[in-house]
Write a protein that binds this ligand. Structure first.
Ligand code: 7RM
Length: 656
């Protein structure tokens, strides 16, 4: 018997039509874009490339597709930094603010496009001075300060390839990434401010570099002013070089398929994959999706993506997309609860933010903190909200809409990956009727299908999300490992890109993401998605956040084990735990009722906020922990483990 595909338990009936107020003057207000793009996707993207970007040489061929290897806009030449900076200054918009930057301690900087041009050009010359040239790899390990986008754009300006490493990753993670891509120069800072104090970065670079023979130079930005060690001949201060180099740096014309950056994803296996993104296709899709999904009106909008630039979301939706579109943005250095839990809402009010883009994990944290923090601030400037990183459960979606969006802002639930480079499945704000928890449908020019175990399309119900054609911002491969590229993404279902996510299609053709298929639980032959059980758990009024895993069980194959964070002020009694378990059974069915639910203070997450269920599975099955280097806070799992052990020792054993 074939195993069934993923179950479809959760039903959501609420529908929110696009607000009439957004339609007048919307960047996209006519549904016909979908048909136009579907009729001839190549022509659609070719037109997008030409109208969205400035090319120094036009391309002669839109697409060469030799599955799984794609080339877009062949023959075309352009420079990404020119597109993101110079052309806006040339068009007379040099005085427009590119970044309203706010440091965590409250210091601010206002950076216009003219300022950005000066900084990027000098930074590019500083890199050249250090011997960096076309094709060389530069690692960037920085806090969220303006010099982070400046460093990325400076690389793009001279044709160097950047690889941004999350500030805060361990020296070991730096070593792996730097050695894999043979980086010659590292850009870092003394540190940044987090949770009210300076957090050093340079010492991690110093600890890593003795194991990185390819690195010749380090460029250090002064941010905190803390003392750092500078290695003579290797380390250079940016503020010193800045004064020595030329203010002008002509942008290098790059081929459309030249490498723009590498970004490492850790995945589930030990060796991180260097995801390759190239120039013309990547920038086209990053810019177009940014303009359309956020209905960007660059003259008046103040857009804020509250992600870290070290995540693909920061690359595409802080740096490349918004700057290519000449947007005015907010950039914030620190944590959302410093000095108080209203920090983000103060910023929205202060700058009159019109679009806010953040992650479900953050939204659930705001919910847990309580409604009073956003209620203190005037959020009426907001027009559109965005969500990215994980499935957003309907409860969080409704809270976001009500308490942040004032019941007026549509929520763009954008599904995409490091590998896809840009949005793939997402609503459009003036067009799409929204259902809480659904990412809705593919962006124009994108084709996706949910398939079953045989790779046959599922017209309604659960299965595996696949993409059926090439798209401009798709990864071009894994650095140094073309076979692993083919194997990982293109071999599960022949002819299709397999994203690794479960998804279901509803009767209206809407797509609902169900989480990573590696996390899907198998309970007595039923394949249950983590997303649906977690949504049902979080639907209980006492539960702020939840993660579930399938732990080996002698009777059912796997048993669902839930870990929940309770809302502020709720007491985790045995009765409550029982009630929460029962709530899942009532909401979506008895098969999905967790065998055990444990109340925990926090959940293990990556720096971009994704729950690391693999580690919870290790805990549930009493194994040693696997790789924890990409955890945002390594102490969390230890605490959960301690509690699990205490529970097991308690009379009666287990969480319930
Ligand atoms: C942008 C980003 C990719 C994985 C992806 C999904 C999950 C991201 C959504 C989502 C449901 C969403 N890149 N994911 N966005 N799941 N709905 N809107 O997150 O490479 O870091 O992660 O994230 O599992 O495959 S990523």
């Amino acid at each position: 018997m074939n195993e069934p595909t993923i179950e479809d338990y959760f039903h959501e009936d609420r529908v929110f039509p696009p607000p009439a107020s957004l339609q007048a003057g919307a960047v996209v207000s006519d549904e016909s874009v979908y048909d136009v793009a579907a009729a001839d996707p190549e022509a659609f993207w070719a037109d997008a490339a030409r109208t969205t970007l400035s090319w120094s040489t036009d391309f002669h061929t839109t697409l060469e597709w030799d599955l799984p290897f794609a080339k877009w806009f062949i023959g075309g030449e352009l420079n990404v930094a020119y597109n993101c900076v110079d052309r806006h200054v040339e068009a007379g918009n040099g005085d427009r603010v590119a970044f309203h930057w706010e440091g965590e301690p409250g210091d601010t900087r206002t950076i216009t496009y003219t300022d950005l041009l000066d900084d990027v050009s000098r930074f590019a010359n500083a890199l050249r001075h250090l011997g960096v040239g076309r094709g060389d790899r530069v690692a960037i390990y920085m806090p969220m300060i303006p010099e982070l986008p400046v460093a990325m754009l400076a690389c793009a300006r001279i044709g160097a390839v950047h690889t941004v490493i999350f500030g805060g990753f361990s020296p070991d993670s730096i070593v792996d990434r730097v050695n894999d891509s043979e980086v010659s120069c590292v850009v870092t800072a003394d540190g940044g401010f987090r949770r009210g104090a300076p957090a050093a970065l340079k010492p991690a670079v110093d600890a890593a570099l003795p194991s990185c023979p390819s690195v010749k130079s380090v460029l250090v930005v002064r941010r905190t002013g803390e003392t750092v060690e500078m290695t003579a001949g290797r380390d250079h201060w940016w503020h010193e070089l800045r004064e020595q180099v030329d203010a002008e740096c002509p942008p290098e014309p790059m081929g459309s398929e030249d490498l723009l950056f590498l970004l490492y994803t850790s995945g589930t296996t030990a060796k991180p994959k260097g995801i390759m993104h190239t120039t013309g296709g990547y920038l086209t899709q990053a810019a177009l999706t940014h303009a359309w999904v956020f209905d960007l009106r660059p003259e008046t909008d103040v857009y804020w993506c509250a992600a870290d630039a070290g995540w693909i979301t920061g690359h595409s939706y802080i740096v490349y997309g918004p700057l290519a579109n000449g947007a005015t943005q907010v950039m914030y250095e620190g944590t959302p609860d410093t000095p108080d839990k209203d920090r983000l809402w103060r910023i929205v009010e202060r700058y009159g933010v019109t679009q806010l883009y953040t992650a479900p994990t953050a939204i659930r944290m705001f919910m847990k903190w309580g409604d009073e923090f956003p209620a203190r601030c005037d959020l009426s400037s907001l027009r559109i909200l965005g969500s990215v990183g994980e499935p957003i459960n309907p409860e969080a979606w409704m809270w976001y809409r009500t308490h942040i969006g004032g019941d007026r802002c549509p929520i763009m639930d954008t599904w995409w990956q490091t590998e896809t480079g840009a949005h793939m499945i997402t609503p459009l704000p003036a067009i799409t009727a929204l259902k809480p928890g659904s990412a809705t449908r593919p962006f124009p020019g994108i084709t996706a299908e949910v398939v079953d175990d045989h790779g046959d399309p599922v017209t309604e119900g659960g299965g595996y999300l696949t993409l059926t054609g090439p798209w401009p911002s798709m990864l071009r491969g894994i650095w140094g490992d073309p076979e692993r590229y083919r194997e990982t993404y293109w071999s599960t279902y022949p002819g299709r890109y397999f994203a690794g996510d479960g998804a279901k299609v509803d009767a209206d053709g809407y797509l609902w993401l169900l989480g990573r298929v590696d996390d899907v639980m198998n309970v007595s032959g039923h394949r249950v998605s983590t997303t649906e059980v977690e949504s049902a758990l979080v639907d209980h009024p006492a539960v702020a956040e939840a993660a579930v895993v399938g732990a080996t069980d002698p009777v059912t194959g796997q048993a669902i084990v839930g870990y929940v964070i309770l809302r502020a002020g709720v007491d985790g009694s045995a009765e409550l735990v029982e009630e929460v378990r029962q709530h899942v059974a009532t909401k979506i069915g008895p098969t999905a009722r967790p065998k055990a639910v444990m109340v925990v203070p926090d959940l293990p997450k990556t720096r971009s906020g994704k729950i690391m269920r693999r580690l919870l599975r290790d805990v549930a099955e009493g194994r040693d922990l696997g790789d924890t280097t990409t955890l945002a806070d390594a102490t969390v799992v230890e605490e959960i483990r301690r509690r699990a052990a205490a529970d097991a020792d308690a009379p009666g054993g287990g969480a319930n």
